[in-house]
Ligand binder design. Structure first.
Ligand code: NAD
Ligand code: ZN
Length: 355
């Protein structure tokens, strides 16, 4: 089978591989559409998951099932499915303890284009099919289905980690696609006021539609000074971090009220330490919590978030700004994500031809 792969750090290309084998609990799927992720750029050009050779890329997409193992109960060939970026082993002890995303070790629930070949391929393998796949809701567009793999669940997990409550004033740092979904999630969770850090006009326009009230630029001085100016020196109840660096935590802690909570879903690609400012952390006694996590993945989350989209309560169509048709456009779509033109949120490739 043909797949689009990371050949080594900094190099991509088409390769031929054996079609994966289907174990008793597994499914083999063919992708119907795939989306490109900021993480693909980190993986290929920054070696974020390590020096992988000839590893097929892609962890966002929707698919058709072509084969299932003998013990799979709820899926059959021909079913159209949502595919989560994180596919835990649901019988692992980590999953039983509530941390499915770390099944098999730290972050090891992230398998596609990390420990095994991903979705940008004629066929791909899904472990624990009954636990990880979800039936695609009737009438859902392929573009919207792709947003459910990673952008919706990750942005919403940031909201869960920040534990947003009715009436909270919330700061969302970074309004790329993940941060935009955190804005949408914060709004749904009842935030009374949402401050968003970001300046790209396209992102600002969409963030407003999802419920952001005011905007801050990290290029116009410190985030915390701008937050304090907007909140009469009080700060915010919750912060979701969906962009920035190790230094962003300093601003997040300084922007919080005592008792506030930070939910981080941002990938920290460099730096050895996160700095927590001593005084603003209440000299160790400020009750300011910092939570960071990989999104949990799995079928239940896919079904629930899918129903938010299919019921019309969450419109994700604004995220798919660049839609291509045909396998041959995958390299172009990846390059687009690397170059990040001002009007780009997510590139999606509809795979309506044969590779
Ligand atoms: P993105 O690059 O499109 O968005 C990041 C945003 O942060 C941009 O708008 C950028 O302008 C802003 N930003 C950059 N530097 C900043 C700074 N110093 N201060 C404040 N804002 C700054 O990326 P995305 O696709 O929206 O993803 C966001 C992050 O989430 C990435 O790091 C990605 O790797 C990570 N991610 C995590 C998970 C997870 O499960 N935890 C899953 C998917 C993606
Ligand atoms: Zn992704």
């Amino acid at each position: 089978m043909k797949g689009f792969a990371m050949l080594k750090i900094g190099e991509v290309g088409w390769i031929e591989k054996e079609r994966p084998a289907c174990g008793p609990l597994d499914a083999i799927c063919k992708p119907l559409a795939i989306a490109i992720c900021t993480s693909d750029v980190h993986t290929v050009w920054e070696g974020a998951v390590g020096d992988r050779h000839n590893m097929i890329l892609g962890h966002e997409g929707c698919a058709e099932v072509v084969e299932v193992g003998s013990l799979v109960k709820d899926f059959k060939p021909g079913d159209k499915v949502l595919v989560p970026a994180i596919t835990p082993d649901w019988n692992s002890l980590e999953a039983q303890s509530g941390y499915s995303m770390h099944s098999g070790g730290m972050l090891a629930g992230w398998k596609f284009s990390n420990f095994k070949d991903g979705l940008d391929s004629e066929y791909f393998h899904v472990n624990d099919a009954d636990g990880n796949l979800a039936h695609m809701p009737e009438g859902m567009s392929l573009e919207d289905a792709c947003m459910l793999s990673d952008m919706v669940p990750t942005g919403f997990h940031g909201v869960e980690l920040a534990d947003i409550q009715f009436g909270d004033t919330v700061l969302v740092i970074g309004i790329g696609p993940v941060g935009l979904m955190s804005v949408a999630g914060a709004h749904m969770r009842g935030a009374s006021r949402i401050l968003a850090v970001g300046t790209r006009p396209k992102c600002v326009e969409i963030a407003k539609k999802y419920g952001a009230d005011e905007f801050i630029s990290y290029k116009n001085g410190s985030i915390e000074d701008q937050v304090m100016a907007l909140t009469d020196g009080k700060g915010v109840d919750r912060v979701v971090i969906a962009g920035g660096t190790v230094e962003t935590f300093e601003s997040a802690v300084k922007s919080l009220k005592p008792g506030g909570k930070i939910g981080n879903v941002n990938y920290l690609g460099s730096g050895d330490y996160i700095t927590i400012p001593r005084v603003e952390w209440g000299v160790g006694m400020g009750h300011k919590q910092i939570n960071g996590g990989l999104m949990p993945g799995g079928r239940l989350r896919m079904e629930k978030l899918g129903s938010l989209v299919s019921s019309g309560k969450l419109d994700v169509s604004m995220l798919s700004t660049h839609v291509f048709h045909g396998w041959e456009h995958i390299p172009e779509a990846l390059q687009l994500m690397k170059d990040k033109p001002a009007d780009l949120i997510k590139p999606v490739v509809i795979l309506d031809n044969t590779p």
